[in-house]
Ligand binder design. Structure first.
Ligand SMILES: C[S@@+](CC[C@H](N)C(=O)[O-])C[C@H]1O[C@@H](n2cnc3c(N)ncnc32)[C@H](O)[C@@H]1O
Length: 182
């Protein structure tokens, strides 16, 4: 199986079924970041049909890394398990079916790369919960920050109130990301 074709088909399926996967440009950018930083332990919130997760896992696999990914839709979670097997990345993926707001506090590890892509209105809550689970000098990425700016008012307020330094990167015509380096 050719993994690039598999991912292209997964993305196509996402578009046809209105699943809001990250763009290919964004996936490549984030994979490069993982590579440059040599991330070993990643956390993803909101994984849908697992397009992004498989991209990240393929990069992490090269450097003996791993990823924990949280999704509250049972349907997406079940589809994911199949997709992981097909893409041969299941050994390095810890897929959790649950609400990230409940799951994150129970995670006993520190992460070096966090990707937040869950319900946009809860972005501030996700960030608040993951902040103390990220090592110094490591990265938190928040997706869809331009397109859904109004849904993320609390998130922007939280950044300001807590004097958190960040960069907004207009990654492609689809949208932009916020990058926080802790
Ligand atoms: C934008 S999609 C994720 C797309 C995926 N990251 C990709 O690029 O392929 C958001 C997903 O987050 C899930 N989600 C939203 N809020 C969540 C929460 N509180 N806990 C876990 N999953 C959540 C939704 O079910 C949905 O599948």
């Amino acid at each position: 199986m050719n993994i690039d074709i598999f991912l292209q088909n997964l993305k196509k399926h996402g578009i046809e079924n209105e699943i809001p996967n990250i763009s290919e440009v964004n996936a490549i950018f984030l994979r490069d970041l993982i590579k440059i930083k040599k991330a070993k332990n990643m956390l993803e919130i909101g994984t849908a049909n697992w397009y992004s997760t498989i991209h990240f896992a393929l990069e992490l696999k090269n450097i003996w890394g791993k990823i924990t990914t949280i999704e509250f839709s049972k349907l997406s979670y079940d589809t994911a398990l199949e997709n992981f097997k097909i893409a041969w990345v299941s050994p390095i993926i810890n897929a959790i079916n649950g609400n990230a707001l409940d799951v994150i506090p129970s995670l006993g590890e520190k992460y070096d790369f966090v990707f937040i892509d869950g319900m946009k209105r809860r972005t501030k809550d996700f960030l608040e919960l993951v902040r103390n689970k990220v090592e110094e000098g490591w990265i938190i990425i928040i997706d869809d920050v331009i397109k859904f700016r109004e849904k993320m008012i609390w998130f922007w307020e939280y950044l300001e109130d807590n004097k958190i330094k960040y960069n907004t990167i207009p990654i492609d015509i689809d949208d932009g990301i916020v990058m926080i380096v802790k």
